[in-house]
Ligand binder design. Structure first.
Ligand code: CA
Length: 230
């Protein structure tokens, strides 16, 4: 069955653009134009994922997200927040209220759709697409089998989640705190330094002697998964 997406946004032109592209890409799509309507539609239609604008009339996107996380039925509903404000503090606030991802405006429909697929894959690994591949590394999400250039790689559960997360957006640099949120969860009280330990283990497993290192350390910033020559 096609995944159903609810777009919550009060700008009609953007809604139209997103619905058109979502349907073209094989999703079922519906829209709500404010926070109250969104909560009603979500209760009624139970979408698979909500694209939620931050700036909405009446009830803000942030408040809608907070309410969704409090509801027993909607606690695990994947939410991607949209915002016109690209500041890091907003991103952090969005993630703090429980959004699964965050996209600053302006963005392209194809970027949003890539993020939707990534969030759905994390939320429902059994039903979403089966493999991820980048720079010779393949992850089979159903069996958790990983290979690099055909060679089998064995990872612990934390390293697996870390690799899967980095593979979703290759090239992007993540701070330790962002990796902690994404891989360990926002309620964990693990030290940021723990991330270094797991990155080290992931590196050791991923890179055979003589193979280029796929994980880039960005000094005082964090880590990214990169093609070594890019
Ligand atoms: Ca808006």
């Amino acid at each position: 069955m096609k995944p159903s997406i609810l777009v919550v946004e009060d700008e009609p032109a953007l809604v139209e653009l997103l619905l058109y592209n979502l349907e073209k890409e094989g999703f079922r799509a519906a829209a709500a134009s404010d926070g109250e309507e969104a909560l009603l539609v979500i209760a009624e239609r139970k979408p698979d994922l909500v694209v939620l604008d931050w700036m909405l009339p009446h009830v803000s996107g942030l408040e809608v997200c907070r309410q969704l996380r409090r509801g027993a039925e909607t606690r695990d509903l994947p939410v991607i927040m949209l915002t016109a404000r690209g500041e890091e503090s907003d991103r952090v606030r969005g993630l703090e209220v429980g959004a699964d991802d965050y996209i600053p405006k302006p963005f392209s429909p194809s970027e949003l759709i890539a993020r939707i697929r990534a969030v759905l894959r994390r939320a429902r690994p059994a039903t979403a697409s089966e493999t991820m591949a980048y720079a010779g590394v393949r992850i089979d999400l159903a069996t958790h089998r990983i290979t690099r250039n055909g060679r089998q790689i064995h990872l612990g559960p934390t390293e697996f989640r870390l690799l899967q997360f980095l593979m979703e957006r290759p090239g992007r640099v993540y701070a330790r705190e962002q990796l902690l949120d994404a891989v360990w969860g926002q309620d964990s009280d693990i030290e940021p330094r723990t991330v270094d330990v797991h990155v080290r283990r992931l590196r050791r497993a991923l890179n055979a002697p003589g193979e280029p290192d796929l994980i880039r350390t960005v000094r005082s910033a964090g880590y990214a998964l990169d093609k070594p020559d890019s």
